[in-house]
Design a protein around this ligand. Structure first.
Ligand code: O2Y
Ligand code: MN
Length: 601
């Protein structure tokens, strides 16, 4: 037991789980650097962690090929009444799910150590922070939690005798028989994987997967699925958003929260290097943001995490030079390729492919090999403190006041570069109707990567909202009622519009700062815009385009509204909204009707 734990509820829960999972031993994590090093040394000895000669204190892990991403089809929100989980979640009743999973958990940690990880999402003691305790039999999960959250004794101290915590139970679901040799990446077969949330009890049960969001339960499970329910209950917002601070050449500061579905360059935007002289961007977070109205009446945001769990393939000196610097040392890599000289490599890294490597499945690889060397969802785990553009005040307990909220998605057609909401309610409609072309982060029920397709992804929260999304839309409207004139301005962007030749029309990356500058100028009433059917849009003269390689023809497409395509889009939006039945808010219907009217549909 932790020497310091005074919390009887926590002690009883740990005893109960120990009795159920029957581990060989129990270890309470203290969060120390020594603990991290010891666990790494243990995993290196077991052959699961590979030290990288070229990157100081960095390690490569390879997962089982069936355990490479989060699995939406095996993710459940279990409420007494199915309607409260909504059509956006897979549902099984709590009684049935707990019975099934309790049977799976029975003895599941045999031969393994059960780690107890007290962690805080958000600065310990902040009015915006929450405490979790994860139980896991995965040392890989422990070291990743060390980087992604605040772990250990200081959390136990802050919890005290009667503090509330969120119990998060995780097992890789691979008990060991006496004397049985372990495999490198233990996990359960697909049909036994469950990522389950019981929002009525603030409880998370995950079984069978050791990967990413399935195993690091502070991330998607607690900070989004459970926190979204708590946020509605308590009157705040838990969102799938990056956080960024911009400073103009005059020294004016703007805080931006941006919601983008997976694989839309959220991490790249969070670490943007502006191409406009004098503009500075600082990183606060790349994935999750919690926002609360503080006594000044403004919406304040924190990044509840402590690190980044980013996608490696595609990260390069040209797409994200900041990340490339950040990954030079003290990083955990998962499912990247290993080079002969002890470095990692991945596709689109901006470096020539090595003549030989070991691929993510541990096989010999050459550039002639048919399969990619790194898995498309290969990851890096790295502390935010290593980010060269980290905002020094990123973990202030009161967070930062938000000026701008951005929604976005990846759309090759139809969606213009940027448009601004007429007001908060229109902004809620923009968020609710957001869509994107999917890429590699999702696998289907059979373990296959899903082919790219357009899917509606409201607020980039479809896989992460822990309750009926109709009620979630209503919650956003009500937050606007409370914010009134202090509400942030809302925008929608699409960096991925393509021309007829299939090439991107907008240069993207650092040049996205030009769009951000237009937003900042809109906040200050300094930039022009024309009224269009879908919102306020810049004309070319309203954007600072000095030195940008974009033709007038491309700009014409990027800054115009294709009414015919939008008329088609509206049908899809309406069909999607109809899924929410009685939970579809009237105010959203009003917005849809108004858009139809403006488009004369
Ligand atoms: O959770 C995973 O295993 C991969 S998905 C992911 C990881 C980090 C940040 N965001 C995501 C996402 O899908 O949004
Ligand atoms: Mn994400």
């Amino acid at each position: 037991m932790s020497v310091n734990c005074q919390n009887n509820k926590l002690i009883r829960w740990v005893e109960e789980i120990e009795a159920l999972c029957k581990p060989e031993k129990v270890y309470w994590c203290n969060g120390s650097a020594r603990e991290y090093q010891d666990l790494m040394a243990q995993m290196v000895k077991a052959g699961t962690g590979i030290p990288l000669e070229k990157r100081k204190e960095s390690f490569l892990f390879r997962s089982d090929p069936t355990d490479v991403a989060r699995i939406e089809s095996h993710t459940y929100v279990s409420t007494r009444n199915q309607e409260n989980a909504g059509p956006n979640n897979n549902w099984i009743s709590p009684d049935e799910l707990k019975k099934t999973m309790s049977d799976l958990y029975d003895g599941c940690m045999a031969g393994r150590t059960m780690y107890v990880i007290p962690f805080s999402m958000g600065p310990i003691g902040s009015p915006l922070a929450k405490t979790g305790v994860q139980i896991t039999d995965s040392p890989y999960a422990v070291v990743n939690m060390h980087i992604m959250t605040r772990v250990g004794d200081r959390v136990i101290e802050a919890l005290g005798a009667d503090g509330e915590f969120y119990p998060c139970l995780h097992s890789v679901g691979a008990p060991l028989k006496p004397g049985e040799e372990d495999v490198k990446w233990p996990c359960a077969p697909m049909e036994k994987k469950y990522i389950s949330h019981f929002p009525e009890e603030n409880l998370i049960w995950s079984f069978g997967s050791g990967y990413g969001g399935n195993a690091l339960l502070g991330k998607k499970c607690l900070s989004l699925r459970i926190a979204s329910v708590v946020a509605r209950r308590e009157g705040w917002l838990a969102e799938h958003m990056l956080l960024l601070r911009l400073t103009s050449p005059e020294g004016r500061q703007y805080h931006v929260a941006g919601a983008f579905p997976s694989a839309c360059g959220k991490t790249n935007l969070a670490m943007i290097t502006p191409t406009m002289p004098g503009w500075k961007a600082e990183t606060i977070g790349d994935d999750i943001c919690w926002m609360k109205i503080l006594p000044d009446g403004r919406l304040h945001a924190i990044n509840p995490e402590m690190g980044f769990f980013g996608v490696a393939p595609g990260t390069s000196v040209s797409t994200n030079p900041v990340a490339m610097k950040m990954l030079q040392s003290r990083t955990i890599f998962t499912n990247c390729a290993l080079t002969d000289d002890g470095d990692v490599w991945w596709e689109e890294m901006g470096l020539p492919a090595p003549a030989r490597a070991i691929d993510w499945k541990g096989r010999d690889w050459t550039p002639e090999s048919k399969e990619a060397a790194a898995h498309p969802n290969a990851r890096f785990t790295v502390p935010i403190s290593q980010c060269p553009t980290e905002f020094s005040g990123w973990d202030h307990p009161d967070g930062v006041p938000i000026d701008i909220i951005i929604f976005g998605g990846r759309r090759g057609e139809m969606m213009p570069l940027v448009h601004e909401a007429f007001d908060w309610e229109h902004g809620v409609f923009m968020g609710a109707s957001a869509s994107s072309e999917t890429t590699a982060a999702i696998i289907d029920r059979n373990g296959n990567l899903m082919p790219p397709q357009v899917r509606r992804d409201p607020f980039a929260m479809l896989p992460f909202c822990g309750y009926n999304m109709g009620d979630y839309f209503q919650h956003w409207f009500e937050m606007g009622d409370r914010l009134g004139s202090k509400a942030p301005r809302i925008f929608y962007v699409n960096w991925f519009r393509k021309g007829e030749d299939g090439r991107f029309l907008w240069p993207g990356f650092g040049d996205n700062s030009r769009v951000l500058k237009w937003m900042c100028d809109r906040v200050d009433g300094k930039a022009g815009a024309r009224e269009s059917a879908i919102g306020m849009m810049p004309e070319a003269k309203d954007l600072d385009l000095s030195g940008v390689k974009v033709s007038p023809e491309a700009l014409e497409v990027l800054l115009s509204v294709d009414s015919a395509a939008w008329s088609e889009e509206i049908k899809d939006i309406e069909a999607f909204f109809m899924k929410f039945g009685d939970h579809y808010p009237e105010r959203l219907e009003k917005q849809l009707k108004a858009l139809k009217g403006r488009l004369s549909v």
